[in-house]
Design a binder for this molecule. Sequence first.
Ligand code: G3P
Length: 217
Amino acid sequence: MKFFVDTADTADIADLAATGLLDGVTTNPSLIAKSGRDFLEVTREICALVEGPVSAEVVALDHETMMKEAEILRKISDNVAIKVPLTLDGLKTCKKLTDDGTMVNVTLCFSANQALLAAKAGATFISPFVGRHDDNGFDGMALIEDIRLIYDNYAFETEILVASVRHPIHVLESARIGADVATMPPSVIRSLFKHVLTDKGIEGFMADWAKTGQSIG
Ligand code: G3P
C-alpha cells in the first residue's frame, strides 16, 4: 500500500520524504488555506520534494473552467495529479484529462456507485473519505470493501486512495482490504512508527548495554 501525506505543510512533507517511505502528497483547498501560502507556489515546492503524485485540486464547479484551471496546474510539474470533485462536471473533466495522459484524483467520494462512475471516467485515483463517512453514521471501511470488490470484478485500474484518514486503525483496515493508497495527516503517519513495547524494549536494551561498558566501533 502506498503512503501519501495529506497536507500542504512543506516542512512536514520534507521531513516525511526523508524517511524514504512517502509515495505522494494530497492537498485540497482547505489544506492550502491552512498553509497560508500561495497555491501555485506551494504546489511547485511540494512537487520538487517528492517524486510521486501530488494532488492539486481545481476550485471551479463547471467543466470549462475546471479545464482552464487544470491546464495551469498540470504545467507545474509532471507529477501533478489534478483533483476534481465527484460531480458530473468533475467526471467530464476527469475523462478529458485522463484521455490526454494526465493523472486525475476524483475526490469527495461517498458511495460505491460514485466510485464506479469515477473508474468508468478513467480516474487514476478515487478518494473515498472514510473519516467523514464515519462522522455521519456510515461505515467508512465498508465503503472501501465495496469499492475494492467492484473494481476487482471489472479489473478497473483506478487506484483506491483512502482519504479522510483519522487514526492508525483506518490505515490497518485499508491494508487488510487491499486499498492501493492511504493518504494520511502527518500525525497519523508518525503514529504508525510508535508502540509502547518498542519504547520499553529499547529502554531495557539500553540499560543492559550500559552495564557491559562496551561501545561499537
Ligand atoms: O484530502 C482530502 C481528505 O483527506 C480530507 O480529510 O480530515 O478533512 O475529512 P478530512
